[in-house]
Design a protein around this ligand. Structure first.
Ligand code: ZN
Length: 170
């Protein structure tokens, strides 16, 4: 269910994504909140080690050392693109109880992966998921990136399902 501050929080995530775009980086931004309190915000960074996703950068920023958060803290992850399997799996290990994303990822998005066959640890990790919040704005940033990137992966049609979805949103 969409909540009253989802639009504003996603606005902060979109601003992070814009920062990435300005640096020539695939524009994903992410924010963590506990109720109305912002815990942190981040975006994808230039390092090409596949660990530099906006969500992972944010998790390292917020959940460092002996953090005191629990699953009762009403922590929401906002991200401008549906999380991949790494970020979604990491989210399940962290005390995050709600996920809100903007653009669905037809190529690598894992928000709707079925956990029914997973081992007990993950069966109990129910997370409320809301997709499509400010989707057009997120998609416009991806379109701007695809128009300007010089990365071989994208120029040769990489993640074709995702590129097609961005084109369909224009
Ligand atoms: Zn990811």
């Amino acid at each position: 269910m969409v909540q009253s501050n989802d639009d504003d929080m996603m606005g902060l995530a979109l601003a992070e994504a814009k920062t990435a775009l300005e640096q020539g980086v695939f524009p994903v931004g992410a924010v963590l909140s506990a109720g109305s309190r912002i815990l942190g915000r981040s975006h994808k960074t230039m390092v090409s080690n596949h660990l530099n996703h906006a969500e992972m950068n944010l998790f390292h920023q917020v959940f460092r050392g002996d953090y005191i958060f629990s699953r009762n803290d009403d922590i929401t992850l906002y991200t401008t693109l549906e999380p991949c399997i790494m970020c979604f799996g990491t989210m399940l290990h962290l005390p995050i109880t709600r996920l809100v994303f903007a653009m669905p990822d037809a190529y690598g998005g894992c928000a709707h992966v079925k956990l029914e066959n997973s081992p007990p640890r993950h069966l109990s990790r129910a997370v409320e998921i809301v997709g499509g919040v400010r989707r057009q704005e997120a998609s416009a940033l991806f379109a701007a990136f695809l128009d300007t990137t010089t990365e071989e992966f994208w120029l040769t049609g990489g993640a074709s399902h995702f590129q097609a979805a961005v084109r369909a949103n224009r």
